[in-house]
Write a protein that binds this ligand. Structure first.
Ligand SMILES: [Zn+2]
Length: 103
């Protein structure tokens, strides 16, 4: 005779189903928490200098708006902005040569 009767197997099935439901809810909560934390950090750090944390100002250079920190002097290029400047100045320019290192 089998050690488990039908009702034990049913209980195991439902317990497993319940555990899967709880795991899915926990995973969803973790994803939502991670998204909320990412959004919170984006709002906290938006236009803050990555080096000193002070506010950055947008200045226009060669029709490209770059972010400048007047506290520590740092300059930040958003994705694609350096490439825009290189497109105007050429691959052999200072910026073009720097960028070629990372290709
Ligand atoms: Zn700074």
């Amino acid at each position: 005779m089998c050690a488990y009767n039908r009702s034990d197997k049913e209980q195991e099935y439902f317990a497993k189903q319940e555990a899967e439901k709880l795991k899915a809810a926990a995973d969803k909560h973790a994803r939502e928490t991670a998204e909320a934390e990412k959004k919170r950090l984006q709002e906290l750090h938006y236009m803050k200098c990555p080096k000193c944390g002070m506010d950055m100002q947008e200045i226009e250079f060669r029709r490209v708006k770059i972010d400048k920190c007047f506290s520590c002097g740092g300059v930040y290029f958003d994705d694609g902005e350096l490439e825009q400047i290189i497109a105007e100045e050429g691959e052999d320019s200072f910026f073009g040569r720097i960028t070629s290192i990372f290709k």
